[in-house]
Design a protein around this ligand. Structure first.
Ligand code: PHE
Length: 357
């Protein structure tokens, strides 16, 4: 049997058919299946090859060559389709991962200080500029410094003004430890250390004045919109031979003007009671302009240091006199930044905290 024109036609049709099947394959897996149908072990091309066995040597040559041409054409169609599918896949991937190289780079968010820290720093800076030292002391404090030395002995009813958390530990003299309810124990700690440090001058009668602030964390059993179990106070103490309430008023008013950055501010003392000052007063301020204008706002406890407290500092109350105050840093920060709920300061929401600079 001779290789005829119709045989060639069959082969062309087969190539055509293969190209169509490959063209319809939508995925590489479809394409491999189509490939098997034409080029696989039991595929059409292999069957044609097997058919050669029946032919004469001459026929084998021409028919074999023709089948080979067809096979190469089918393989070329397969390769082309593989490439087309791979290109399409890459294109899809590029679309999906589209990258706009003209966008600005991502920046690391800028951190900032917590509003309480900002207020705290302002307080230190302002009192520092008025000649006040800045001191720091323990938050777990002995009952002696927190209460007793401040004229507040065990079972004194004034202790109930400041309920606190006790720690299962005592100091060397058996005074139990508690979380300090105010920064006032720093009055005793600082003045005692000051008197010791200046013992020679004290003996000569020319000890430098005690002028200090002690900001820090304080604790009470309290929790509402204006009280948190942990809060911040700043203690102030100014003791000398001739320090009066007038000095307290000038100092505190100047502090407020600097802290709130306004001169439109008045201050009043309102009689009060603390076991460690006599007389005692609450300090109220009133803005004359702005959203809080016309309201008296309580910002601090204060008073003339009680003679017994001066004695507990190792100083002679006949010679040394002065004043102390204790202000809520959180309260000052709320007023300065216009925040109406203290708890916002402690929830850690950066959308809130990020607003203060
Ligand atoms: N320690 C007082 C309080 O926390 C405030 C105060 C301090 C009052 C100093 C007088 C003098 O309420």
């Amino acid at each position: 049997m001779n290789a005829t024109a119709s045989d060639t036609l069959d082969l062309d049709a087969l190539v055509q058919q293969a190209a169509e099947s490959f063209g319809q394959a939508a995925t590489p897996a479809d394409l491999e299946n189509a490939k098997a149908r034409f080029l696989g072990k039991s595929g059409h091309v292999t069957a044609l090859m097997k058919g050669l066995a029946q032919l004469s040597v001459d026929e084998k040559k021409t028919r074999g060559a023709a089948i080979n041409v067809a096979k190469q054409a089918i393989e070329a169609a397969l390769t082309a389709r593989r490439q087309a599918l791979a290109d399409a896949d890459l294109e899809r991937q590029l679309q999906a991962e589209a990258l706009d190289v003209t966008l600005p780079g991502r920046q690391r968010g800028q951190g900032g200080l917590h509003p309480i820290s900002l207020a705290w720093e302002r307080i230190e800076q302002i009192f520092g500029s008025m000649g006040f030292d800045v001191a720091d002391g323990p938050e777990i404090e002995s009952d002696w410094f927190n209460f007793t030395a401040l004229g507040n002995p065990p079972n004194h009813p004034a202790r109930s003004m400041q309920d606190t958390f006790y720690v299962d530990m005592s100091d060397d003299e058996g005074h139990p430890y508690c979380l300090r309810t105010h920064t006032s124990p720093m009055q005793i700690r600082y003045a005692t250390a000051h008197a010791r440090k200046h013992a020679a001058a004290l003996a000569r009668g020319d000890m430098p004045e005690v002028r200090v602030i002690a900001p820090g964390r304080t604790y009470r059993v309290d929790n509402d919109a204006t009280h948190s179990p942990m809060f911040h106070q700043v203690e102030g103490l100014w003791l000398g031979e001739n320090v009066s309430f007038k000095d307290l008023k000038v100092t505190y008013l100047n502090f407020c003007k600097a802290f709130f950055e306004t001169d439109d501010l008045i201050l009043r003392f309102r009689p009060s009671y603390f076991p460690f000052t006599e007389p005692s007063a609450e300090i109220d301020i009133q803005f004359q302009t702005g959203p809080l204008a016309g309201h008296w706002l309580e910002v601090s406890g204060s008073g003339q240091v009680h003679p017994q407290v001066v004695r507990n500092m190792g100083l002679d109350p006949e010679k040394y006199i002065g004043f102390a105050f204790g202000s809520g840093i959180d309260r000052l920060a709320m007023l300065r930044y216009g925040v109406n709920d203290l708890r916002l300061f402690f929830e850690g929401d950066v959308r809130f905290l990020g607003q203060f600079r």
